[in-house]
Design a protein around this ligand. Structure first.
Ligand SMILES: Cc1ncc(COP(=O)(O)O)c(C=O)c1O
Length: 382
């Protein structure tokens, strides 16, 4: 049976990505591959909306988060991050492991950190950097990154962003919002397998990493950054994944970034309209377009719903993490997902609920289909 991923990563692989990854293996020091690296760099900058150099790392997203920590901050340096979700808290874990003086902004799970709390904490602590998660995948919460970056920058703090599930799903303007470092990962809106991570480095970030005494080797961004103009990497790059990334970026750029964001917005709105029609609630009041986290009523089994969808339809949705384990499900809708996929997801979800004895107040199909038909006026394609 065909397996369908509706998880917030990994996501379904785009055909163009699969084709380019299956191409014959070039050597990484050949003209052919260097040109692929350079084309990819230019395309990725268009996705990031910046002219800043972007370093590619052969790792999952967490590797690039670690690279950001060890290159951009020093031992003992005062830095700020928030709690309130698994990935937001990962910044704190990484920063503590490397001995940074961590000031955590306490947030409830599902509540994104606010510009006001960032402003107050940075002002009080004189922190030199703020680590923020744009789209918190464990709760489906989206923070106001533009305003957070503005207040942090005004106080002289470096802005380091985990955009692993937001890049390609939400408007993110690296240059315009003056984001110093933005981390992305391949297995999300890039419609690729896991294994490649990227980070952009603005001028201030580049200055910081040049004279940083923190020990690091594989994730030392200095040689990686030096190689960007010539398409060279210090170590053997994940060649096939880079070829896939070029194809993925071309797909995104050809669709048009604004269109890609609107498509994600329309799909997320349709899923949320369906959740509401079912009489259920989302975990976050400020939801991300990448994933919708849904509270499951106490008399039902969240894990049972997931298991039934998998066993019956081979449809994979995600469960809760940390304190939300067993209490929510997460419906992923980012990457190579179309309107038919959204209808299918929500129909299967409704069937799973009914199978556990839940009686939806309305049929979800009509509501979701109607919302999908009301595409954003600026959308050019379904
Ligand atoms: C927001 C966010 N940050 C970080 C990560 C960690 O990325 P990885 O699992 O690729 O290391 C993920 C992965 O799901 C994520 O969604």
């Amino acid at each position: 049976m065909k397996q369908r991923l509706f998880t917030p990563g990994p996501t379904p692989i785009h055909e163009a990505v699969a084709r380019s990854m299956a191409a014959a293996m070039p050597h990484h020091r050949t003209e052919e591959f260097i040109e692929c690296m350079q084309r990819t760099q230019q395309l990725l900058r268009r996705v990031y909306r910046t002219e800043d150099p972007i370093v590619l790392l052969s790792s999952s997203g967490t590797g690039a988060m670690e690279a950001a920590v060890v290159n951009l901050t020093r031992p003992g340096e005062t830095v700020v991050h928030a709690s309130g979700g698994k990935f937001t808290e990962r910044w704190g874990e990484l920063l503590r492991v490397f001995g940074r003086d961590v000031r955590e902004i306490p947030m409830n799970w599902g509540e994104p950190v606010t510009p006001e709390s960032v402003h107050d904490t940075v002002r009080k602590t004189h922190a030199t950097a703020v680590f923020v998660t744009h789209s918190e995948t464990s709760t489906g919460a989206l923070c106001d990154l533009q305003q957070i970056a503005r207040v942090a920058r005004d106080l002289g703090a470096l802005v380091v962003v985990d955009a692993i599930t937001s890049l390609g799903a939400h408007r993110l303007e690296t240059a315009q919002w003056k984001l110093d470092c933005v981390v992305g990962g391949s297995q999300k809106a890039f419609m690729m397998p896991p294994g490649l991570a990227f980070l952009s480095l603005g001028r201030k970030a580049q200055e910081r990493l040049r004279d940083n005494p923190t020990p690091r080797y594989y994730f030392d961004l200095r040689p990686a950054l030096d190689g960007v103009p010539t398409g060279q990497t210090p170590w053997t790059p994940a060649i096939s994944l880079v070829q896939g990334l070029e194809a993925a970026c071309r797909v995104l750029v050809d669709e048009g970034l604004e269109q890609v964001w609107l498509r994600h917005q329309d799909h997320a709105d349709a899923v949320r309209a369906g959740v509401e029609a079912l009489g259920l609630r989302t975990v976050s009041q400020r939801p991300s377009n990448a994933v919708t986290a849904v509270w499951i009523p106490e008399d039902l089994s969240a894990d049972g719903l997931r298991q039934w969808m998998w066993e019956t339809f081979q449809i994979k949705i995600a469960g809760g993490q940390g304190p939300l384990r067993g209490r929510i499900v997460r419906l992923g809708h980012l990457g190579a997902i179309d309107e038919a996929d959204i209808l299918l997801l929500m129909t299967a979800f409704e069937r799973a609920l009914i199978q556990q004895g839940f009686r939806p107040p309305r049929s979800v199909v009509d509501v979701v289909a109607e919302r999908l038909q009301r595409r954003s006026p600026a959308r050019s394609t379904p």
